[in-house]
Design a protein around this ligand. Structure first.
Ligand code: BG6
Length: 489
């Protein structure tokens, strides 16, 4: 990243500016960047959408987005400055001749054009073509987009090819919003800045690892999209595999994008394929039935608004993942994610091995192994579960399970924790690709996921039901029980 790039203002064009992602997340995050003084003075935000609207109308959209989603009072002077950056263009993105309107607002000589594709993927190739024909791009222009980048390897390659026709790989910024989360980044610090973990992070000391991304939310008006996608493509292919690569990768030589990506891809390549032969033993698909969440009755997946009653799409998936490399030989990674689970919780549990011999048999016949629990959200923190002697004299030494607890909100009280989108938008503006996904990573992840999807298709079994508000189907407990282990609850 060059210094010059950091300080260059941008023309940030949001395609789909009136849509859900833009009004819920992007405009809000941009306002927060403004408040933190992180937007360059000349940076302009151009909303593009199919609906008729003028600049003032777009300012109103931004205003109501802040009213609805900002959890603090809007600062008047910040808002004034922010609103002055906004402008709007009505463009039908499927009509090539309309892209020339961009020329009236873009200043490619002085600013970096950032094209944020906040639209349905079928529009990606139209926008790429429209931009190249409108002659507004330079070598410095960037494109930012996020999933779904296809729903299998083939469709993902098609999307990537459409981008490659117009942009170089180093101009493309593919978002996984989990990589913008403070705690996901902290995994790098935890692993590579602390010698106790660098030397205790392999099959010699670790028994198994669990990654749980539990959601309370159901489908909430996204039934059509979700039903064609399922939890595996929606969450596992991207967010969980990204967390897994951060946990499992070898130390990168430095923090540069290419070094980190190189190590992440090695992990993706080492994932043992799940095929028809082992899919029944290694995976569990579930779908929620009705139940209770926080005392409220909630409908089943098939009773959600717009549902097709015959759907066999999974809203839950759990699996055992093996990584075939030296470091992780015989260390299973258990992954699970689902909608309408007991509570929102993203956490990683590192289960260390039991000690080979117990000298405290009298007070603790079955000496439990240590655990490192990394809480990614909602309450960010880390705890280490260990045994201590209970204070006292006389008799044998008594042990008690205790926790070394590090809560981020307590430890970093005076630090503002930024959301993922603020960080990622800023990094794209600065041209730093470290927190974005490379084409290779995405395609490798699809290759592994496609094999699981194919196996499920051949297996042709309905997903296992689980009551909303539970921790998923009983079969997910059995998945670990077969290996003599249990989920951390
Ligand atoms: C999105 C998925 O990528 O991540 C959603 O499409 C999911 O289905 C969301 O609910 C979860 O994100 P977070 O940040 O709330 O954990």
């Amino acid at each position: 990243m060059s210094k010059q790039e950091i300080f260059r203002p941008c023309d940030l064009v949001i395609y789909g500016a009136l849509g859900d992602l833009s009004t819920r997340k992007l405009l809000l995050s941009l306002y927060r960047l403004e408040k933190a003084g992180l937007l360059e003075d000349q940076t302009q935000i151009i909303g593009v959408d199919i609906h008729k609207k003028d600049n003032k109308g777009f300012v109103k959209v931004a205003q109501s987005s802040l009213t609805n989603f900002l959890n603090e009072e809007v600062d008047k002077s910040v808002w004034k400055k922010f609103a002055s950056r906004l402008c709007y263009l009505q463009i039908d993105l499927t009509k090539m001749d309309q892209y020339k309107k961009l020329k009236t607002v873009i200043n490619s000589e002085q600013k970096i054009m950032i094209n944020y594709f906040s639209v349905a993927p079928f529009l990606f190739k139209h926008i790429c073509k429209g931009l190249s024909q409108a002659d507004v791009l330079t070598d410095e222009s960037k494109v930012v987009m996020e999933k779904p980048l296809g729903h299998d390897l083939k469709s993902s390659q098609e999307i990537n090819n459409a981008f490659a026709d117009v942009f170089n790989e180093d101009q493309i910024f593919r978002i996984d919003h989990y990589l913008g989360k403070e705690t996901v980044l902290n995994l790098l610090a935890l692993r590579f800045a602390n010698s106790i973990f660098t030397s205790n992070w392999d099959h010699n000391t670790i028994d198994s690892i669990q990654i749980t991304v539990a959601e309370e939310v159901g489908i909430e008006g996204r039934w059509q999209y979700f039903d064609q996608t399922g939890q595996t493509r929606d969450m596992l292919q991207n967010h969980l595999l990204q967390i897994l690569t951060f946990i499992a990768m070898e130390p990168p030589v430095n923090l540069e994008a290419k070094s980190i990506r190189r190590e992440k891809i090695k992990i993706l390549e080492a994932l043992r394929p799940i095929t028809l032969e082992n899919v029944a033993k290694k995976t569990v698909r579930g779908q929620y039935s009705s139940g209770f969440l926080k005392g409220q009755e909630v409908p089943s997946y098939l009773e959600e608004k717009g549902a097709n009653k015959e759907s066999t799409t999974e809203s839950f998936v759990a699996l055992r993942v093996d990584i075939d490399n030296w470091r992780w030989a015989d260390v299973p990674f258990y992954l699970r994610t689902g909608k309408r689970l007991h509570n929102k919780r993203t956490e990683i549990v590192i289960n260390f091995k039991q000690l080979p011999h117990n000298i405290f048999k009298d007070s603790f016949p079955d000496l439990p192994a240590n655990k490192l629990v990394i809480h990614l959200q909602p309450k960010e923190g880390i705890d280490i579960q260990m045994l201590n002697k209970v204070p006292g004299i006389g008799g044998s030494i008594k042990l008690q399970k205790t926790k070394l607890d590090l809560s981020f909100s307590e430890t970093f009280k005076d630090k503002k924790i930024f959301g993922g989108y603020e960080r990622l938008i800023l990094e794209a503006m600065h041209g730093n690709p470290t927190l974005f996904l490379s084409r290779d990573e995405i395609e490798q992840a699809w290759t592994w996921i496609d094999s699981i999807q194919d196996a499920w298709e051949q297996q042709n079994e309905a997903p296992k039901p689980y009551p909303a508000g539970s921790w998923g189907p009983v079969a997910s407990v059995a998945l670990l029980a077969r290996d003599g282990r249990a989920w951390e609850e």
